[in-house]
Write a protein of this length. Structure first.
Length: 229
C-alpha cells in the first residue's frame, strides 16, 4: 500500500530525407525512456526455516536511450551503391540480489546494471548486367557492468561479414551464393563462436511474366552453424 505508481516518460525524434535525383536516403532516429518510481521485488531467504519473504519497493534510475543513423546512396556510377548503419544503445536497470535472512538486510543488495552497445555495419554493392555482388561487414561491442553481480560483467565483441553473389540470366535462371563469417570474443570459456555459414540456391522462373518459380536451396553447406540456449 505504500508504493507509488510507476510513470514512464518517452521522447522520440526522427529525421528522414530522400533525394530523388541522387537516390540518396538518410534517416536519423533518437529514443529515450525513463521510468519514475519503478517497482522491484526484494526476496530474502531464511536458512533456518527455509522460508522466503518477498517485499516490493520503489526505485529510480531505470532508463534507456538509443541513437541510430542510416544512409544509403549510389556512387557516381549507378552500378555501385553504398549504405551505412550505425547505432548506439544504453540501458540502466535496477534489480535485487537477495542476500541475508531478513527483508531489511536486502536494502544493500540492490544491483544497478548498465549495458552499453554500439554497432557499425556498412555495405558495398555492385550490380552490373545480370549480376549482383554485395559485401556487408559488421562489428558490435557490448559492455555490461553491475554493482553487485560483478560476475556478470563482460565486454563482448561480435564481428564478421557477408558476401552475396547472384546471377540472374535473361531466360529465367537464377543462381545465388551467400557466405557469412561471424565470431565473438568475451563470453565464458567455450561459448565464443568462430564459424562460416555458406548458403546457396538455384532457381528457374517460367510462365507468362515469370509468374512461377521452382528453386533448390542448400543451407549451412559447411556444417559449421552453432546455436546456444
Amino acid at each position: 500500500p505504500d508504493l507509488d505508481p510507476t510513470f514512464t516518460h518517452n521522447v522520440n525524434v526522427r529525421f528522414q530525407d530522400f533525394d530523388m535525383e541522387s537516390q540518396r536516403s538518410i534517416m536519423l532516429m533518437a529514443f529515450a525512456r525513463y521510468s519514475q518510481n519503478s517497482i522491484v521485488s526484494m526476496t530474502s531467504f531464511d536458512p533456518q526455516t527455509g522460508g522466503r519473504t518477498t517485499e516490493y519497493r520503489n526505485v529510480n534510475g531505470v532508463w534507456n536511450a538509443r541513437l541510430m543513423n542510416m544512409i544509403s546512396m549510389p556512387l557516381r556510377n549507378k552500378a555501385f551503391s553504398f549504405s551505412n548503419h550505425l547505432f548506439g544503445f544504453y540501458s540502466a536497470t535496477v534489480g535485487s540480489n537477495s542476500i541475508g535472512s531478513t527483508p531489511s538486510s536486502n536494502s544493500e543488495a540492490l544491483n544497478r546494471s548498465g549495458s552499453f552497445m554500439v554497432g557499425e555495419s556498412f555495405s558495398f554493392a555492385w550490380r552490373p548486367d545480370y549480376f549482383e555482388f554485395e559485401l556487408r561487414p559488421f562489428y558490435n561491442l557490448q559492455i555490461v557492468r553491475n554493482t553487485v553481480q560483478t560476475a556478470s560483467n563482460r565486454d563482448v565483441h561480435t564481428y564478421g561479414g557477408t558476401f552475396n553473389a547472384t546471377y540472374n540470366a535473361p531466360f529465367g535462371l537464377s543462381i545465388n551464393s551467400e557466405v557469412t563469417y561471424s565470431g565473438t570474443q568475451g563470453y565464458s570459456e567455450g561459448y565464443d563462436t568462430d564459424q562460416w555459414l555458406w548458403n546457396a540456391s538455384i532457381g528457374y522462373s517460367f510462365l507468362k511474366g515469370r509468374a512461377a518459380t521452382i528453386s533448390l536451396k542448400a543451407f549451412d553447406i559447411l556444417h559449421e552453424k552453432e546455436n546456444i540456449r
